[in-house]
Design a protein around this ligand. Sequence first.
Ligand code: SF4
Ligand code: SF4
Length: 266
Amino acid sequence: MKTLLIDLNKCTGCYACQVGCKDEHCEQSWMPYAEAQPETGQFWMRVDEQERGKRPHVKVTYVPTPCQHCADAPCMKAAKDGAVYRREDGLVIVDPKKAKGQKAIKEACPYGAVYWNDLLDIPQKCTGCAHLIDEGDTITVPRCYDNCVHGAISWGEESDLDLEGAERLHPEYGTTPRIWYKGLPKRFIAGRVYDPIEKEVVVGATVTATGEAGTFTAQTNWIGDFWLRDMPEGDWEVTIESAGKKKSIKVSTTEEDVGLGDVPLS
Ligand code: SF4
Ligand code: SF4
């Protein structure tokens, strides 16, 4: 089975994958797989921008999010008359004719990957460029992959892709998505340490976060900043130590990343 591997460490958020998708699907229908994608309002290759943390400690990650072609697809379960089906190569297809009027297909997708076409009264989504696959096109398939000049998207047999460390997007949805990701954002704790008496940032302080999920350590850099990266969710005691001075702060990454801002160490 062929699939996509999307490496977020390489993704610059240039949206070229989305442009490639629109170039392929807008103003032209590829029946029996899809009617034309409207020029506005639908993003079969949606690029989600995730901004996390608090200024000045902010991270932005771009997450290209097409249909995940789930192995246990809620859209298939919600469809009547076989209006959503899975091809032998694993691609999940919405049949534009059978799906007419079936809004439940759109509402069933937890990834928000299905869009409603008011004009045609049909649900629409990524087809994996199935029409090109059928033509035997192995070079420009799918168009999002072809358009990504940063090498963030890989396409091929699942067994040929380097999936070490790869994860699925939102496995908690329980749909067994078939698209793989590397570099999915984890939590971070960040801050800037300064000495309020010297009125200077503290360089080389040791910052340690201890919690049930483990221990993470970092040093403050030349502007006093520390970043504890790739952390799991949980409650933490953050200890900052430098030249005999010590400070402890309790924080939680359960809901979101933590930007502590300026932290005095005196
Ligand atoms: S084309 Fe590549 S680098 Fe650009 S947004 Fe899409 S996946 Fe990211
Ligand atoms: S991502 Fe949504 S539309 Fe795609 S297969 Fe899964 S449930 Fe269906």
